[in-house]
Design a protein around this ligand. Structure first.
Ligand SMILES: C[S@@+](CC[C@H](N)C(=O)[O-])C[C@H]1O[C@@H](n2cnc3c(N)ncnc32)[C@H](O)[C@@H]1O
Length: 235
């Protein structure tokens, strides 16, 4: 379901790869020490054109291309905008925001993130009640955009994984409704077929428009889809 890396990452990807892909997919010589799903993830990653493009362009994740496409459609990133990035590691979304002129931005993740100047980055659990006020304090005012690519580590138990994902979307949406500037926007990673009807209904009450957006960089075999809520009407 989650197309981002499992926590064990490959240190040295093989050389080569381009946007048009290879005629013959690369296979890893050894699977020693890897679970079958880690092995499958690595092989998919190596043969994935967006991962190759991310490496070539210096982006830290293929996820950078997802927010890039979202921004090309909705034009969120601009000089003067205040942006909060929930679940920002390893920093691909922050890189795109900065590249497009955003100077006031704060990210948070459970994992450490290398600096992406001038972003402030917090290493903590967003669900910790002390986190939201810290984000606003670091940002220096109400955000124009709250974006969340948060994805929980899956445990393999379908119902549990599902509840965790929905929980993160809900908590991100409540935060956005609490802190956004009027006219602001909320973007969140969600999953097709997920139990998101309640949160969508809630967003529709507070935003002019709520749509689903599936970027090309989002794997077609993944149920990942992004919720994009624009025109915040206030609490
Ligand atoms: C798909 S990755 C984000 C990729 C990022 N958008 C990028 O462009 O590099 C999802 C991230 O959500 C983070 N995450 C999950 N639950 C979280 C939580 N409760 N608080 C903060 N971060 C969380 C994970 O640690 C993970 O790094």
């Amino acid at each position: 379901m989650n197309d981002e890396p499992p926590r064990k990452r490959m240190v040295k990807p093989p050389a080569g790869g381009n946007e048009s892909g290879r005629a013959k997919p690369a296979r890893l010589k050894t699977a020693f020490g890897r679970t079958p799903s880690q092995q499958a993830w690595l092989e998919r990653q190596i043969n994935d054109p967006f991962s190759a493009k991310a490496r070539a362009l210096g982006y830290r994740s293929r996820a950078a291309f997802k927010i890039s496409e979202i921004d090309e459609k909705f034009h969120f990133f601009r000089k003067g905008a205040r942006v909060i990035d929930l679940g920002c590691a390893p920093g691909g979304w922050l890189q795109i925001a900065v590249e497009r002129g955003v100077t006031q931005l704060v990210g948070v993740d459970l994992l450490p993130v290398d600096p992406v100047a001038p972003a402030h980055i917090l290493e903590m659990d967003f669900t910790d009640p002390s986190c939201p006020p810290k984000l606003i304090e670091l940002l220096g005012g109400a955000p124009d955009l709250v974006m969340s690519d948060m994805a929980p580590n899956t445990v393999g138990h379908r119902e549990t994984d599902h509840l965790r994902i929905v929980g993160l979307i809900e908590i991100g949406a409540e935060f956005a409704i609490e802190v956004l500037k009027p006219g602001g926007a909320f973007v969140a990673k969600a999953f097709q077929g997920g139990e998101t009807a309640e949160v969508i209904a809630r967003l529709k009450k507070h935003f002019d428009k709520v749509v689903h957006f599936k970027p090309k960089a989002s794997r077609s075999d993944s149920s990942e889809v992004f919720l994009v809520a624009t025109g915040f009407k206030g609490r």
